[in-house]
Ligand binder design. Structure first.
Ligand SMILES: O=C(O)CCC(=O)C(=O)O
Ligand SMILES: [Fe+2]
Length: 330
């Protein structure tokens, strides 16, 4: 397993987006610093054009009502296991997303990871730079490292279930998945006085097979297949599972990657920890042969994480989605 830890203050991403939209305000100030200054309105450089703004006022509780929650303890009972596989299949087809409970990661490991991220974001900039390191076993990284390892094991378990739900063997690609690539990003979204005008992260899909997200407050929204934004509610101890582009490719389009965005909230700072799981950097993912037939002709090109990174560095991601470049008949 290879793990990369990244810490992102999403405004850096936002700044790139704003520049691409033609708004290159040179007085751009870090959103964390703005929050500390206690500003009461959103500076121009963060204000999105009306068509890109979130629809927070319309995000009524009912929009979360039927989002799938899967109880992984059902895996231990052979009858319930079958039901679980059906639930997973439905969730992956309808949403490319579900939440998991009773997944086996202790609440203490989850809350230690959140506390560690919170402590990190509270540090002054210079101290943050001193902590840069690739070794997740260093004492300062131990708690986040424990969470990273637990979430890696959960990913292996979830991949088995999802493969079964596609009619593949549970141990399909097992070795490659165990030796796969894991990127963890800790995101910090300061409270925003006018959350209707800006986004924490713009709409996107993630690249790997699965992304497992831990969020401290509501803010994550996924787009359902009717193109409506649905707010993903926080479940204490629960984790969000999203399908990424690699899963869409492997399933030959049976499952689609989840388009999601992060909204802001006016009262509280929100943290999220996203763990993206893929095959090793250079390893190509192809549509599974078992899922290619007359009814479902080969629909995607093979691709690796490296191909995705190359795409990111040389393309305008606001106007071109990576998954669209992989479709054989877009
Ligand atoms: O903050 C969130 O809930 C979403 C984070 C995310 O989409 C990402 O890091 O790719
Ligand atoms: Fe994402």
């Amino acid at each position: 397993m290879s793990i990369t830890l990244e810490v992102e203050e999403p405004e850096k991403h936002q700044k790139k987006v704003m520049e691409k939209m033609g708004n290159s305000d040179s007085s751009f100030t870090n959103a964390m610093e703005l929050a500390q200054m206690g500003i009461s309105s959103v500076p121009n450089c963060y204000i999105l054009p009306p068509e890109h703004r979130p629809n927070i006022s319309q995000n009524l509780p009912s929009s979360t009502a039927d989002l799938p929650v899967i109880d992984l303890s059902m895996l231990e009972n052979s009858i319930l296991r079958e039901l679980l596989i059906k639930q997973v299949s439905f969730a992956c087809k309808e949403f490319g997303f579900f939440q998991v409970i009773n997944h086996g990661i202790p609440l203490s490991v989850i809350s230690d990871a959140v506390d560690t991220a919170a402590e990190f974001f509270d540090l002054p900039k210079e101290s943050k730079m001193h902590l840069a390191s690739n070794n997740i076993h260093e004492p300062v990284r131990k708690k986040m490292g424990d969470y990273a390892e637990a979430v890696h094991m959960l990913n292996v378990k979830l991949m088995e279930v999802i493969f079964e739900s596609l009619g593949l063997r549970a141990d399909y690609l097992q070795k490659d998945i165990e030796q796969g690539f894991q990127v963890m990003t800790a995101n910090c979204y300061p409270a925003c006085p006018e959350p209707n005008l800006a986004l924490g992260l713009p709409p996107h899909s993630d690249y790997g097979f699965l992304t497992i997200i831990l969020q401290t407050h509501n803010g994550l929204e996924i787009m359902d297949f009717n193109k409506n934004w649905r707010s993903v509610p926080v479940i204490l101890g629960g984790l969000v599972v999203q399908l990424g582009d690699q899963m869409e490719v492997l399933s030959n389009g049976r499952y689609k990657s989840a388009v999601h965005q992060a909204t802001l909230n006016p009262v509280k700072r929100r943290l999220s920890i996203a763990s993206i799981h893929s095959l090793a950097l250079e390893k190509k993912v192809q549509p599974a042969q078992e899922l290619v037939n007359e009814q479902h002709p080969l629909s995607y090109k093979g691709t690796s994480f490296r191909d995705f990174l190359d795409f990111l560095s040389s393309n305008d991601i606001l106007h071109l989605k990576y998954i669209d470049t992989l479709r054989k008949n877009p």
